[in-house]
Design a protein. Structure first.
Length: 117
């Protein structure tokens, strides 16, 4: 299958799924976290598929690779924020495990894509 659009990329699709998950479970966070941890987590999550999409539409692999590295950084930020949410008891064990597993998969896919460029 020829990839003609970033929407065809499984790595982008998983990034979108991670973002939806983060939006869903941060709805239960305390209201005082709305402009703190909730905002940080949502921005990190949104950054993952956004940078994949933006990089895809760049003209050169060097630029694309740079945006993939930014997406990888956002994965690491989000992983840390999930750990913080768990430590503060805002996230349960299942949410943490599921999110970290998806982020690990996203990381591996991003790294493999970088190697192929």
């Amino acid at each position: 299958m020829k990839i003609s659009n970033f929407r065809d990329l499984e790595v982008w699709k998983l990034g979108m799924e991670i973002t939806a998950d983060v939006y869903a479970f941060t709805q239960t966070f305390p209201k005082e976290e709305l402009y703190g941890l909730v905002s940080q987590m949502r921005r990190s999550a949104v950054s993952i598929p956004s940078n994949i999409a933006e990089g895809f539409n760049r003209r050169h692999n060097t630029e694309y690779r740079q945006f993939l590295y930014i997406a990888l950084g956002s994965c690491s930020e989000l992983e840390t924020q999930i750990e913080i949410g768990y430590n503060l008891k805002y996230i349960n064990e299942v949410q943490k495990a599921t999110s970290l597993e998806k982020l690990d998969h996203e990381n591996r896919m991003l790294r493999n894509l970088v190697k192929k460029l």
